[in-house]
Design a protein around this ligand. Structure first.
Ligand SMILES: Nc1ncnc2c1ncn2[C@@H]1O[C@H](COP(=O)(O)OP(=O)(O)OP(=O)(O)O)[C@@H](O)[C@H]1O
Ligand SMILES: [Zn+2]
Ligand SMILES: [Zn+2]
Length: 803
């Protein structure tokens, strides 16, 4: 008896296990580990992942699998294991773990189609019958017409057939037409002679194929012979030529030419850093490296040459970069070195594009993936290295269910494949650096910039003193002066404004009333171009009021500094400066990010003004001044990592100046310039910062000395939310060891979002082996309330956001 063991798509604790199903005769060959199937489940039919095949079961009446959704597996056998581990360590359901690994098109209910990639008369009779002269048919017809899946599977393997997802967009079916002779060259020659003299255009086409019988892209043919489609069509109808289709990938980087780059001879520091990595690659040995290199020290070149090694061994590489740093510049460096062997995965791609890139991996058409967080699940089967650039970035932690950290997944996969994992950063997280100090990770250091360029000089400006001196503008006198100086010299400047906590809110000057979102406990943000107030959490919006809703005064104004407002003031201050503003508003449209950067790179502007998105990865030769407008805006977030984040951000931003021949300068404006994270960042003193911050963490019992787990409860009813959180805290106190500290219940820093109240409790612990069990029990206890009563309980192990 052939039995499949299946995880069904019913996320609940009772169904979070394997169910046995009979594999019917006609599906024997196609049901393998890693394919998705449709199975009967109670009265319904649901999707499921096949995780195992067996011949024994203790279930009496086995139900048969209804249908298969994939012809070839979408989850590799390694990823089956990764999914189990993910589920155990983040407490998500198995099915959610597997869903998280797949591209969007495979998750949603898109229509599927079967495409024929070969010619009709070259395929088996059975397929001819199925396609009946068509190039694409609905997927369901396979079953309706009773064609065996094994036939389809064989066709897919041979590259004759292709399963496509009909994504609702214009770009779905990208196929290109190719033209070739339908007859032998001798016949072609005869035809040529037989054509009437005046049919010169047709003759020209035939002449082409007489000399070059190979198939040619129709587009190219039209162009080369300046002929028309109608003429080609005539020749096809006469049976002289024929057309075939080939699928082309929706590759957003396809049109671009990448300048091929060659490896640099490495500096001594780079050589010392790369040798242990090469050794691990060579010995097929897992080891986690922490590559600590100052900005502009050539970390990327170390990545590139490590990958080179891996490819030479016939293996594959994953490179993670933060979404925000996935700039065209970054992509270019990988494509430039490895060309079409690289797939790129990030959120700006359409669903169809992402699917195409992912499929290239599955089909082994590429050996390198460069992508954001979820690219860590790229279905390579022969990994030789995993690289995480800017390892300190909090975007590597998924904040939605399943709450995994890409670094943990990387190390799990690195162990599985016995290959090195490289974590790179100029400002490693305290956790990683502490691990390197304890030799859990191997520390590699790059202390110098390329060509011995010095780190840019940093000047800190106390904005309180500016105010006392009568300067009410948001630019200090020093910054203004330096900006003017660069403008005169024809050099470029980058101005950075932290977005968080610094948007514009509306306040009444008479009574101090701040306009908040009626559904969330947060001030609404003023949007100048539409004259409206918007909530950034729930998208609520309203018109800008003319008088205060509290006291009816008409002195209601917007405060704070948005990028738009900075741009206006800057333009007033320096009317002749050409400014590019980069923020969510100016980069919403596809490709605009790239366009703005290219323009700046071509010196189409003097000043680049922007938010977080300009803090990373930019490498422009003419940038000699970086200004940070409000360095403390991150410091005051309710987050034990706020000092660390401030240090990281300031270091990153400063790293944008003086990367090439011209020396750079940095100006940091702040209301608390004496704060240690600002002070030490301005001296590029990572080691002192590490020690100082570690002592703070030790004192307050925070990571990396202690582990944290955050439990957040939310519900529309305030009292009920408090009550549940209280009970959970109680249970934790009773069931966890006395070593663990339980803080709470307390209202979350964002106490209400989208009309839901939010309370939390935090567990601090060093060693708590029963934690997972206790947490699971709590989730089960409230499972019914979560399903029926709109209660949300989220458990975040090692949280990165305490909000
Ligand atoms: N061995 C080398 N010889 C000459 N130039 C090099 C070498 N290695 C790197 N470079 C160049 O030095 C510059 C800085 O290197 P790179 O961008 O790799 O540094 P990085 O450490 O990744 O920087 P950041 O962390 O700031 O992004 C780049 O323009 C790169 O092409
Ligand atoms: Zn008022
Ligand atoms: Zn809101």
């Amino acid at each position: 008896m052939n039995i499949a063991r299946v995880i069904v798509d019913v996320p609940s604790s009772q169904t979070n296990r394997l169910f046995d199903y009979l594999i019917p005769e006609e599906l024997q060959s196609v049901v393998t580990v890693g394919v998705r199937v449709i199975v009967p489940f109670g009265p319904r039919k649901v999707m499921g992942f096949v995780l195992e095949k067996t011949t024994e079961t203790n279930v009496h009446k086995l139900k048969p699998i209804q249908d298969v959704m994939d012809i070839t597996p979408v989850i590799t056998s390694e990823l089956v294991e990764v999914g189990k581990w993910l589920s155990d360590t983040t407490l998500c359901f198995y099915v959610s773990a597997y869903q998280a690994m797949l591209p969007q098109v495979l998750k949603a209910k898109y229509d599927k189609e079967l495409c024929l990639l070969a010619e009709h008369d070259s395929i088996s009779y059975e397929l001819q019958h199925l396609f009946a002269g068509r190039g694409i048919i609905p997927y369901e017809e396979i079953k309706q017409r009773n064609v065996a899946y094994s036939v389809i599977q064989k066709g897919v393997r041979e590259g004759i057939l292709e399963v496509q997802y009909n994504v609702q967009s214009k770009e779905t079916k990208k196929r290109e037409t190719y033209i070739s002779p339908a007859i032998e060259s001798q016949r072609l020659d005869e035809m040529y002679v037989d054509l009437p003299k005046q049919a010169t255009k047709q003759k020209r086409i035939l002449a082409h194929f007489l000399h070059n019988p190979a198939e040619i892209r129709q587009k190219e043919l039209l162009h080369q012979l300046s002929t028309t489609r109608a003429l080609i069509k005539t020749l096809i109808d006469k049976g002289i030529l024929k057309e075939t289709y080939r699928e082309v990938y929706r590759d957003p980087y396809n049109q671009r030419e990448y300048k091929q780059t060659t490896p640099f001879p490495l500096t001594e520091e780079q050589t010392n850093a790369i040798e242990p990595i090469h050794y691990a690659i060579h010995m097929n040995q897992h080891e986690t490296f922490l590559l600590h290199g100052v900005t502009g020290s050539g970390k990327t070149e170390v990545y590139l040459q490590s990958i080179q090694h891996v490819l030479e061994k016939g293996k594959e590489a994953i490179v993670l970069v933060p979404e925000i740093a996935l700039t065209p510049q970054m992509v270019e460096r990988f494509k430039g070195r490895f060309g079409s062997r690289v797939a790129v995965l990030h959120s700006a791609l359409s669903a169809g594009e992402k699917y195409d890139e992912w499929r290239k991996v599955l089909r082994k058409e590429v050996q390198v993936v460069v992508g954001a967080r979820s690219a860590i699940f790229a279905p390579f089967e022969n990994l030789g290295i995993i690289i995480i650039d800017e390892e300190h970035e909090s975007s590597y932690k998924q904040e939605d269910y399943p709450r995994y950290h890409a670094r943990d997944v990387a190390i799990y996969r690195g162990k599985y494949h016995q290959c090195p994992v490289v974590l790179g950063s100029a400002t490693p997280t305290l956790e990683s650096f502490a691990r390197a100090k304890k030799e859990v990770y191997t520390l590699l250091s790059l202390t110098k910039r390329m060509n011995d360029a010095s780190m840019p000089e940093v000047e800190r400006i106390d904005m309180r003193e500016e105010l006392h001196a009568g300067n009410r503008s948001m630019f200090s006198r020093v910054l203004h002066e330096k900006l003017l100086d660069r403008l005169q010299k024809g050099e470029q400047s980058v101005l950075f404004l932290n977005r968080r906590g610094y948007s514009t809110f509306v306040m009444c000057r008479d009574c101090g009333h701040v306009i908040e979102c009626p559904h969330c406990d947060i001030a609404l943000t003023y949007h100048r171009n539409t004259e409206r107030l918007k909530c950034h959490y729930c998208s609520y919006e309203e018109a800008m009021p003319h008088e205060c809703p509290e006291c009816e005064s008409d002195s209601i104004r917007y405060f704070g500094t948005g990028t738009q407002k900075v741009e206006e003031s800057l333009q007033q201050l320096m009317p002749e400066a050409r400014i590019i503003r980069m923020d969510v508003d100016t980069t919403r449209r596809k490709g605009s990010h790239e366009r703005l950067l290219t323009k700046f790179g071509n010196h189409g502007a003097d000043i680049l003004l922007g938010t977080q998105m300009i803090a990373k990865g930019l490498d422009f030769a003419k940038v000699t001044l970086v200004g940070v407008l409000a360095a403390d805006s991150l410091l005051h977030l309710p987050d034990f990592r706020s000092a660390e984040k401030t240090f990281q951000l300031l270091t990153q931003v400063s790293g944008r100046a003086g990367r090439h021949k011209l020396p750079g300068e940095v100006v940091i404006q702040s209301y608390t310039p004496e704060h240690y994270s600002i002070d030490l960042a301005s001296q590029y003193d990572y080691d002192s910062f590490f020690h100082k911050e570690m002592s703070v963490r030790k004192m307050f019992q925070y990571p990396p000395y202690y582990f944290l787990t955050l439990v957040t409860v939310s519900h529309p009813n305030h009292l009920y939310t408090m009550d549940v959180t209280q009970k959970i805290s109680q249970l934790l106190r009773e069931q966890l060891s006395s070593q663990s500290v339980i803080l709470g219940p307390t209202p979350s820093p964002l106490t209400r979002i989208k009309d839901r109240y939010r309370y939390q409790c935090v567990i601090k612990y060093k060693n708590e082996p029963t934690l997972y069990k206790v947490m699971k029990r709590i989730l089960q206890l409230y499972e019914e309330a979560m399903q029926k009563n709109d209660l949300h309980i989220t458990i975040d192990f090692q949280p990165h956001q305490m909000m």
